[in-house]
Design a binder for this molecule. Structure first.
Ligand SMILES: C/C(=C\Cc1cc(O)c2ccccc2c1O)CCC[C@H](C)CCC[C@H](C)CCCC(C)C
Ligand SMILES: C[S@@+](CC[C@H](N)C(=O)[O-])C[C@H]1O[C@@H](n2cnc3c(N)ncnc32)[C@H](O)[C@@H]1O
Length: 233
């Protein structure tokens, strides 16, 4: 694992105990709406075998598992053991139990065969991997022909006013709240990571280069978030 990957892994290990609570507080619960929208874009069916890449504490994996039913199967993959521990703990509290398997693995080297999954999700993961083209190639490899994937992440709004609001919110709401929990650096990482993140049209180009036949980027939350939806031919 590269130094950059170890640094990212350490960030998410450290924030794992408060990650869900801060997401709810800092997004006023809206991140759950954005995740529901993401799941709708992959056209799930009962019995599907699905993958949630960079699953973290398991929000998207749980939403997908609730929709594929007991004949389906969901694999949640993340390289943060602390995030996976939270994900596992949360899913243990579900009754009836959800068909989710949690796997500690690298999104850049997925431990699955080619053409294996009916669909995939990725929530706030694409911006955090250290090699986006490689991640998209791996996603393309493990999806079945005709399968879809949806990747939710931050996006910089084209509107200068909204872009200023987003930056103000990150600087004056997000980071100060994280500072109260001794996590200033971890949450201060979001802004520079967003500055380096490809814009929607560039994400579409990268998806096509990775082999996806169809790729569309949808802006949501007034352009402060976005969902890259891809389909394998
Ligand atoms: C679920 C959300 C973010 C997940 C997330 C992603 C990362 O890459 C991180 C990196 C380092 C630390 C934490 C994270 C992380 O939590 C989105 C909601 C939580 C956001 C922190 C809040 C961002 C809010 C928008 C910029 C503006 C929303 C305004 C509106 C009035 C709700
Ligand atoms: C912001 S969290 C997103 C968690 C969850 N998907 C959500 O929507 O809340 C990003 C996650 O990506 C994981 N991650 C980053 N790079 C990874 C990689 N190369 N392989 C596996 N997981 C990775 C981190 O450990 C972290 O749990």
């Amino acid at each position: 694992m590269t130094t950059d990957q170890k640094q990212i892994q350490a960030i998410f290990d450290r924030i794992a105990p408060v990650y869900d609570q801060l997401n709810d507080r800092l997004s006023l619960g809206q991140h759950r709406v954005w995740k529901l929208m993401t799941v709708k874009w992959i056209d799930l069916s009962i019995g599907d075998v699905c993958l949630d890449v960079c699953c973290g504490s398991g929000d998207l994996a749980q939403l997908v598992a609730q929709r594929v039913g007991e004949t389906g199967q969901v694999f949640g993959v993340d390289f943060s053991s602390e995030q996976l521990a939270i994900a596992h703990q949360r899913s243990q509290n579900q009754h009836p139990p959800l068909p989710i398997t949690w796997i500690e693995a690298d999104a850049l080297n997925l431990p699955f065969p080619d053409n294996h999954f009916d669909c995939a999700t990725m929530g706030y993961g694409l911006r955090n991997v250290t090699n986006i083209p490689r991640c998209l190639q791996e996603l393309h490899r493990v999806l079945k022909p005709g399968a879809k994937a949806a990747m939710l992440d931050f996006h910089r709004p084209s509107s200068p006013l909204l872009r200023s609001f987003q930056q103000w919110y990150l600087d004056n709401i997000v980071v100060p709240n994280a500072k109260e929990l001794g996590l200033t650096e971890e949450y201060a990482y979001i802004s520079p990571s967003l500055d380096k993140f490809p814009i929607g049209s560039e994400q579409v180009h990268l998806a096509r280069q990775a082999g996806f036949d169809k790729a569309t980027h949808y802006q949501i939350a007034s352009g402060m978030m976005g969902v890259l939806v891809v389909a394998k031919a």
